[in-house]
Design a protein around this ligand. Structure first.
Ligand SMILES: Nc1nc2c(c(=O)[nH]1)N[C@H]1C(S)=C(S)[C@@H](COP(=O)(O)OP(=O)(O)OC[C@H]3O[C@@H](n4cnc5c(=O)[nH]c(N)nc54)[C@H](O)[C@@H]3O)O[C@H]1N2
Ligand SMILES: Nc1nc2c(c(=O)[nH]1)N[C@H]1C(S)=C(S)[C@@H](COP(=O)(O)OP(=O)(O)OC[C@H]3O[C@@H](n4cnc5c(=O)[nH]c(N)nc54)[C@H](O)[C@@H]3O)O[C@H]1N2
Ligand SMILES: [Mo]
Length: 754
């Protein structure tokens, strides 16, 4: 690693992974856990009789293989299984006002929450209450609401299927369809865009397809940090000689070179493998234009060499291709180049590589979804695949990289604000009540309702809603407006400290911990990003004797709130098999649920597109024209700010201050910029800059950051989430999916005065 003259900034030139990753794991363990317990715990991660890693939603083959080393998985596990505790004494000694001045890292670093607590305004502290008292207080506020749709039920994607299902049934019986959830900030464009194109809101590939593909197109994700177990699959593909084309404005080290900690040879010899065969540094927000360019080049190639486009597949399986290709023909190369930041020659080159391949997987993450064109972006990737029949055949398909380890499962078992008469019929048949006939709120509309005062209560099943959302000033005000906030959490975070009239923290068991109910130890289930459902069983003793499981807490609140409930809550919680039997009644895809999760590796939910069955309005896979190229009207002299995760964080959980592969150490206050963009503006390395949102009426949004030259596309700048969230206004979201545009905020820069 080369030193740089700016504090904490280095040039990282080694491959990603390797011994650095092993060292970082050892450090995380030493910091958080007793070493013997750590070894035992990590060996239980992603095993048939163990717990599902809370780190990400990437699948494991059969869930049976030997221990898969994963640095960031180890951090996620040890952060939860930490020996540190945020005790009642701690809360007695620190007022909420004081804690608000602490960093996100320091808040969570206090350790696991140990006791149910309520906010006491007199002392401005959280103080112990009993579980029964907590349930009674929550029930009282809920029962007093004249309109049940004034209550928001937020879900973060770590909740199990069992917890999410009970949460959804409780909310709907209570009378609310308000389900803001972390997926609204994450893969909502996938959930909205894919059903309209291929008839399912989920990916279509399995791990076996990675063994059979002959080309991978990787758009806007950073797997060395966020899906480290995927690196093994990419590494295997690269070693087989599969070209991997990467589309990313930042040069991410793990997508260039990777030393696989699973490979004894690479570890012993200090060797590494190339990952990307070509790296295309398009502009932030340039994907839709780049995709159009590639598809336009493909049409041109087909005119010269008929057969490049799979016309037979298109005729038999798709609709809308004529209008779609006419739009491509009408888009000019000049405008495509300007909007994508890629030269025409690159798009021709990509089209030729694509045309020579027969089984292609396209992978994508937040670099695609968190845009005003997020849904269009997803649909353009699908269109590219459809043009050569790369859907529903071995080695081919679409692979959205889901975020939280069970975010996909949460949606499958009912966390959705949309009215769904077929689902409501099945809920009515199963439980004897019908959910209300009023569409609910997603994350953005929930926060709008809270800030306007029409929503009065927030119940959060995990997560850190107010810190993860854009527009921090609005989030704070929205939280302060509430009559009651209830947080089911493992650790202290900022949302807990934004207090309205009343606030209650309920400490939960984590994935790693034993969950024992009346019938004995319980397993929960989760769905990974390839639609495999499997069991997860914790192994560690609970962090505190007071902890309760998420299903038990939801049942406790429900029982207290709805004395005449149609659901026998206590009975369900005694044995989670009973919850799964009900999930199966409401969702027939879970047929033989309890039997099938007892097989190692679990089972795969049906994915019709994998069999070329298209559950769309037309019964075919559909091409959707994206009539534009740009994110939104261009502004003069603006840069596009993208907000990304460092290597040392899990969303709003900040493990530490290093971002090893980007060469940033001990700080997070950086604005990564292209050296020429700095030179043109007379910005020196290390200059303090005021970053200002350039959207009309939003120029009051400002943040001071330090300019750091980085290998990033011209016209694009990057900063860390969540620090930069206030630069993104709530209204700046994709109109189709509602996802906030965290990845392309137009900004201007000024030197900090003085
Ligand atoms: N260790 C760890 N693991 C995690 C998480 C974590 O925070 N830490 N979070 C989990 C969650 S909830 C999620 S959703 C996933 C997130 O996983 P990712 O999708 O990898 O998340 P991001 O860090 O937001 O990075 C997105 C990538 O997109 C690139 N990018 C930015 N703007 C653009 C653009 O306009 N176009 C293109 N093509 N690329 C762009 C960035 O340079 C970056 O490489 O990871 C999950 N796993
Ligand atoms: N600017 C910007 N903003 C973003 C993003 C971005 O890329 N840029 N990404 C967005 C994305 S993809 C997502 S998914 C959201 C994340 O939004 P959230 O899911 O709401 O946030 P997290 O930071 O994952 O939540 C962390 C908290 O979850 C709690 N927790 C951890 N484990 C458990 C558990 O097992 N049970 C319970 N009940 N609680 C638990 C802990 O108290 C911890 O403090 O952020 C979004 N915000
Ligand atoms: Mo996410």
């Amino acid at each position: 690693m080369e030193k740089n003259d700016l504090k904490g900034i280095h040039n990282y030139t080694a491959p990603a992974g390797g011994w650095g990753a092993l060292k970082a794991t050892a450090w995380a363990i030493a910091e958080e856990m007793h070493v013997c317990q750590a070894a035992e715990t990590l060996l239980h991660t992603n095993k048939p009789d163990g717990f599902d890693c809370p780190g990400c939603a990437w699948p494991d083959k059969e869930h049976t293989s030997t221990f898969q080393f994963c640095e960031n998985g180890a951090k996620a596990v040890t952060w939860e299984a930490t020996k540190k505790r945020a005790t009642l004494d701690f809360f007695a000694q620190h007022t909420v006002k004081e804690l608000l001045s602490w960093s996100d890292h320091d808040l969570e670093d206090t350790g696991r929450l140990t006791h149910p607590m309520a906010y006491e305004p007199g002392s401005d502290t959280y103080q112990a209450i009993s579980w029964e008292e907590a349930y009674a207080r929550i029930a009282q506020v809920l029962q007093q609401q004249s309109d049940p749709s004034s209550v928001e039920f937020y879900t973060s994607g770590r909740a199990s299927n069992e917890a999410a299902f009970l949460f959804n049934i409780f909310a709907r019986e209570y009378g609310s369809n308000n389900f803001p959830d972390c997926s609204n900030m994450c893969h909502e464009p996938t959930s909205v865009g894919l059903p309209k194109t291929i008839g399912q809101g989920k990916g279509s590939v399995s791990l076996d397809d990675f063994d059979r593909c002959d080309l991978i197109l990787s758009f806007g994700h950073n797997p060395g940090t966020n899906h480290p177990r995927m690196m093994s699959n990419l590494h295997d593909c690269a070693q087989r000689g599969v070209p991997i084309l990467v589309f990313n404005p930042l040069r991410e080290r793990s997508l260039e070179r990777f030393a696989n900690p699973q490979s004894p040879v690479e570890m012993a010899t200090g060797g590494s493998s190339r990952i990307a065969s070509s790296y295309y540094q398009l502009k932030v927000g340039g994907d839709a234009a780049a995709l159009k360019g590639i598809m336009k080049a493909l049409l041109e190639l087909d005119a010269q060499q008929p057969g490049v486009i799979d016309h037979a597949f298109i005729a038999q399986h798709t609709s809308g291709f004529e209008a779609f290709s006419a739009d491509l023909q009408n888009s000019s190369w000049d405008s495509i180049e300007a909007a994508s930041g890629l030269p025409r020659a690159a798009m021709h080159e990509i089209a030729s590589i694509y045309a020579a391949s027969h089984a292609v997987i396209a992978t994508y993450g937040m670099g695609i979804t968190q845009h005003i064109t997020g849904t269009h972006n997803v649909q353009q990737i699908t269109a590219l695949l459809l043009m050569r029949g790369n859907m529903g055949k071995p080695g081919a398909g679409i692979c959205p990289l889901r975020g939280h380890s069970n975010v996909q499962g949460n949606r499958t078992v009912g966390i959705t604000e949309l009215l769904n008469p077929a689902l409501f019929d099945r809920i009515e048949q199963t439980f004897g009540f019908r959910p209300p006939n009023k569409a609910g709120h997603n994350a953005v509309s929930a926060l709008q309702a809270m800030s306007e005062g029409s929503s009065r209560v927030l119940i959060s099943l995990g997560g850190n809603f107010a810190a993860a959302m854009p527009d921090q000033a609005r989030c704070k005000q929205a939280m302060h407006n509430l009559e009651l906030a209830v947080h089911l959490s493992t650790k202290l975070n900022r949302s807990h400290l934004l207090i309205g009239k009343a606030s209650i923290i309920l400490p939960v068991l984590g994935r790693t911990e034993r969950d024992v109910q009346a019938s004995g130890p319980q397993a929960v289930t989760v769905e990974d990003s390839m639609s495999m459902v499997h069991a997860s069983r914790g192994a560690l003793p609970p962090a505190s004797a007071e902890l309760r499981s998420e299903p038990a807490i939801i049942a406790g609140i429900a029982q207290a709130t709805l004395p005449a409930s149609r659901v026998n809550w206590a009975y369900l919680v005694e044995d989670y098999d009973r919850i799964r039997d009900l999930i199966e009644q409401v969702y027939p895809d879970f047929k033989d649920y309890n039997a099938r999760i007892r097989h190692p590796g679990g089972f795969r939910l049906p994915l019709p597109a994998t069999e070329r069955i298209w559950k769309t309005a037309s019964g075919k896979a559909e091409f959707h024209v994206f009539p534009g190229l740009h994110e939104d009207p261009e502004f003069t002299d603006v840069l596009r700010l993208t907000t990304v995760r460092s290597h040392d964080q899990y969303n709003t959980t900040i493990y530490g201050y290093d971002d090893r592969y980007r060469g940033v150490f001990g700080r997070r206050d950086v604005l990564l910029m292209h050296a020429q963009d700095m030179a043109e503006r007379g910005i020196e390395k290390g200059a303090q800059l005021v970053v200002q949102t350039a959207l009309p009426g939003q120029t009051h949004r400002r943040l001071v950051l330090t300019a750091v030259p980085h290998d990033i596309a011209r016209g694009s700048v990057a900063a860390y989430f969540p620090e930069a969230n206030d630069l993104c206004p709530m209204e700046y979201h994709d109109p189709d999916s509602g996802i906030p545009c965290y990845k392309s905020v137009p900004v201007t820069l000024e030197p900090l005065a003085g």
